[in-house]
Design a protein around this ligand. Structure first.
Ligand code: G4P
Length: 528
C-alpha cells in the first residue's frame, strides 16, 4: 500500500458508544461533533432524540428516517484524525442492529451515569464487545450531580463487567462540591465552573501535589484530593496500553457531558490511544487494513426513505484497500460484479457521494434487496468475513394473518425482512407458524408497519411463551436425532434453515443444556 494510503488508515478511528438510556450518550455525541466542527450534525442528533421522545409511533418515525440514516455514521475530524462514530441505537429502537454495529468498530466508548453505575443495557453491549475483545474507554458522566463514590464506581465496573479499571483522571468532589478533575497522566488540574463550557486549555499544571497553589484553588478539598491520589497510587491499576488494546483494561475519565467538562480531555486520549482499523478474520485468512486490494463487509441494512421503491442502503465497513467511486466490486455470495457509482459516504453534515474511502470508513450502497447482512465485497479474491453474527432474540411474537389468502406475500415479506436483519424468523418444526424473534421490542412494530406498506399484508401479533433462543450444534448425529425427537415442541428452523431451540425461560434453557451435554447451545450464529 502506498505511503499516503497507509497514513489514511493510521489516522482513522472507528468507534461506537455503549451506554444505558439516559446516561448521556446523545449529549456526549453532540459535544464530540462540536469539537469536530460538525455543528449542523450535532443539532440533528439532538433533534432525532427529541422526535423519538415525542412519539413511539413508527409511522411518524418513518418521516425522520432521513436523519436516522445520516446519523447512523457520524464522521468528523479532530486534530489529525478522521473519526467515524457509529450510532448504537438505544431506547425504544434498541435492536439487533445495536449489537451488530459493534462488530464494525475498532473500539468503544462506555458512558456511565455516576449516580447509577453499570446498568443492564451497558452490560449487554459489553458482552458483544467481549466477543472481539474490543478496547473500551470509559467516561463517567454527570459528576455535577450527587452520585456514587468514584472508587465504588470503579469496583462496580470491575466486578460487573469483568474489566480492570485504570483511572486517567480523578474527580474532585461531586454535585455541589464538584471542583473539577485532576489528570493523572498529564498532572494537570482542570477546574469546573458550573454552567460554563470549560475547555481543556483551562488546565493548571501541578506536578507536585504539595504545591500550595492546590490549596489556593481547592481550599479544604485539596487535602481530600491528595489523600485520594495517595490511595489510588497504592490501589488502582497503572494504565497499560497493551492491556487496553487487548480489552482487559479500560482507562477511565470523569466529567460532565452537559457542561462539556472532561469531554475534550477524554477525546484527546481517545484519538491517541484508540486503535486504528484492525485486521479482520475471514473464513480463509486474516485481512490486514494495509493490503492493497479492496475488501469490506455489510453489517447493517436500512430501508430507505421512500418505502414505495423498496430501496435499501447497505452499510459496508471497509476492511482493506482504497475505495474509489465507480469501482467494480464482487458480491461474493451471489457471484456478481456490481458497479458502485452511487455509494454514499457518511459525512458529518450530509450524505455525499463518495469519491474515495479507506479502511475504517463506512460507505452506504443502494440496493434493491440483493444484499444481506454479513455479505463480503472485494475487488477479486473470494473472501468471507466472519464475526458479523445474528444474536439470540429475547422477545418473541407469533404472526397471524388477517387475510389467509396473503400467505405467500407474508412469507416473502418476512424472509426479506429477516435477510435484511430487521427481525429473525423461526418456523417451528411441528407446525406452520411464523414466529418472530427480536432483541428489542420496537422491531416488531417496524415489521408490522413495513409488512403493510411494502408487501400489502395485514397481520397481527399474538404473544408466545418464549423468552430466549439458542442455535443448536452437535457433532454426534445420533445424539442430535435423539435431542430433536425429545424436544420437538421447542425446536424451530430460522430463515436460513438452521436449527434453533426456543425456551420459555433462561432457567428452562439451562436445564435442557444440562440434560444434553453433547449438544451445543450457541448464543450467536454466523451468517451463511
Ligand atoms: P442518552 O442519549 O444516553 O439517553 O442520554 P442524553 O444525552 O439524552 O441525556 C439524558 C439526560 O441526562 C438529559 O436530561 C441530559 O440533559 C442529562 N445529562 C447529560 N449529561 C449530563 C451531565 O453531565 N450532567 C447532568 N446533570 N445531566 C446530564 P433530560 O432532562 O432527560 O433531557 P434534556 O431536557 O436535558 O434534553
Amino acid at each position: 500500500m502506498s505511503k499516503h494510503n497507509q497514513k489514511e488508515v493510521e489516522r482513522r478511528r472507528t468507534f461506537g458508544i455503549i451506554s444505558h438510556p439516559d446516561a448521556g450518550k446523545t449529549t456526549l455525541t453532540e459535544k464530540l461533533l462540536l469539537y469536530g466542527g460538525a455543528i449542523q450534525m450535532a443539532g440533528a442528533v439532538k433533534a432525532r432524540k427529541a422526535a423519538r421522545h415525542a412519539t413511539s409511533d413508527w409511522m411518524a418515525m418513518e418521516q425522520e428516517r432521513g436523519i436516522s440514516v445520516t446519523s447512523s455514521v457520524m464522521k468528523f475530524n479532530y486534530r489529525d484524525y478522521e473519526v467515524n462514530l457509529l450510532d448504537t441505537p438505544g431506547h425504544q429502537d434498541f435492536s439487533e442492529d445495536t449489537y451488530r454495529v459493534l462488530t464494525a468498530v475498532d473500539s468503544a466508548l462506555m458512558v456511565i451515569d455516576s449516580a447509577k453505575g453499570v446498568e443492564t443495557q451497558t452490560r449487554k453491549l459489553m458482552e458483544v464487545c467481549r466477543m472481539r475483545n474490543t478496547p473500551i474507554i470509559t467516561f463517567i458522566n454527570k459528576l455535577d450531580r450527587e452520585g456514587k463514590e468514584p472508587l465504588e464506581l470503579l469496583s462496580d465496573i470491575e466486578e460487573t463487567l469483568q474489566i480492570e479499571c485504570a483511572p486517567l483522571s480523578w474527580p474532585i468532589g461531586m454535585g455541589k462540591r464538584f471542583k473539577g478533575t485532576y489528570n493523572l497522566y498529564r498532572k494537570q488540574l482542570h477546574l469546573f465552573t458550573p454552567g460554563q463550557e470549560t475547555r481543556l486549555k483551562d488546565g493548571v499544571v501541578i506536578d507536585d501535589l504539595n504545591d500550595p497553589r492546590l490549596d489556593e484553588l481547592l481550599g479544604s478539598q485539596a487535602d481530600e484530593l491528595r489523600a485520594d491520589i495517595e490511595l489510588l497510587e497504592g490501589a488502582a491499576n497503572p494504565f497499560e496500553l497493551e492491556e487496553y488494546l487487548k480489552g482487559n483494561q479500560t482507562p477511565v475519565f470523569f466529567g460532565s457531558a452537559i457542561n462539556n467538562f472532561g469531554v475534550q480531555e477524554m477525546l484527546d486520549a481517545f484519538v491517541e490511544l484508540a486503535p486504528p482499523p484492525s485486521p479482520r478474520e475471514t473464513t480463509s485468512r486474516e485481512v490486514s487494513p494495509y493490503e492493497e486490494p479492496f475488501s469490506g463487509f455489510v453489517f447493517k441494512i436500512q430501508a430507505n426513505m421512500d418505502p414505495a421503491h423498496r430501496d435499501r442502503i447497505a452499510f459496508m465497513r471497509i476492511c482493506s484497500g482504497k475505495f474509489t467511486r465507480g469501482m467494480k466490486l464482487r458480491h461474493h455470495r451471489i457471484g456478481k460484479d456490481i458497479n458502485v457509482s452511487n455509494a454514499t459516504i457518511f459525512m458529518a453534515q450530509d450524505r455525499t457521494n463518495v469519491e474515495e474511502a479507506y479502511p475504517g470508513d463506512i460507505i452506504g450502497i443502494h440496493n434493491h434487496g440483493t444484499i444481506k447482512i454479513g455479505d463480503t465485497f472485494t475487488d477479486k479474491e473470494p473472501l468471507k468475513f466472519t464475526g458479523i453474527p445474528s444474536f439470540a432474540p429475547e422477545h418473541f411474537r407469533r404472526v397471524r394473518l388477517k387475510n389467509p389468502l396473503k400467505t405467500k406475500q407474508l412469507e416473502k415479506g418476512l424472509i426479506q425482512l429477516a435477510e435484511e436483519g430487521a427481525v429473525q424468523l423461526f418456523r417451528p418444526v411441528i407446525n406452520t407458524d411464523y414466529i418472530l424473534g427480536a432483541v428489542g421490542v420496537l422491531q416488531f412494530d417496524v415489521i408490522m408497519s413495513r409488512l403493510k406498506n411494502e408487501y400489502g399484508v395485514d397481520a397481527i401479533y399474538e404473544g408466545i411463551d418464549y423468552a430466549t433462543a439458542r442455535w443448536i450444534g452437535c457433532e454426534d448425529r445420533k445424539k442430535l436425532e435423539e435431542f430433536e425427537k425429545k424436544n420437538q415442541a421447542n425446536l424451530a428452523l430460522d430463515a436460513e434453515g438452521n436449527l434453533a431451540y426456543l425456551a420459555s425461560s433462561e432457567w428452562r434453557l439451562g436445564h435442557t443444556a444440562e440434560q444434553w451435554p453433547q449438544v451445543q447451545f450457541h448464543k450467536t450464529r454466523e451468517h451463511n
